[in-house]
Design a protein around this ligand. Structure first.
Ligand code: FES
Length: 104
């Protein structure tokens, strides 16, 4: 595991999300769930489709391609066609920055 600065806290208002690219190649979806910052793998587990184009509702994100829904706290797939979970990365806020624990 390594610690990666993915964005500023002021870059994700409550109820919004954005994609961060770790090393320029690894997509991580960072979401502000009512002030609680969450980070998960940024690609749907059904097919390759980036989740920042989806819909954030409460603690869930819905993929805009086939409407699978995922829980951002657990990564669990809540609605098919996706069945595999998203990876969940631990988050800490340090000096106004969002820092995640990322594999590798
Ligand atoms: S690509 Fe996300 S539900 Fe199919």
């Amino acid at each position: 595991m390594r610690r990666v600065d993915v964005c500023g806290l002021d870059e994700i208002a409550p109820g919004t999300m954005r994609m961060a690219w770790v090393d320029g190649t690894e997509p991580v979806l960072v979401a502000n769930v009512d002030g609680d910052i969450r980070a998960v793998s940024g690609v749907c587990t059904h097919e390759y489709f980036e989740l920042d184009t989806g819909f954030l509702q409460g603690r869930n994100v819905t993929c805009s391609l086939h409407l699978s829904r995922f829980d951002l706290l657990t990564g669990k797939a809540l609605e098919p066609p996706a069945t595999d979970p998203l990876e969940v990365y631990p988050v800490s806020i340090e000096g106004g920055r969002v820092v995640i624990e990322f594999p590798g």
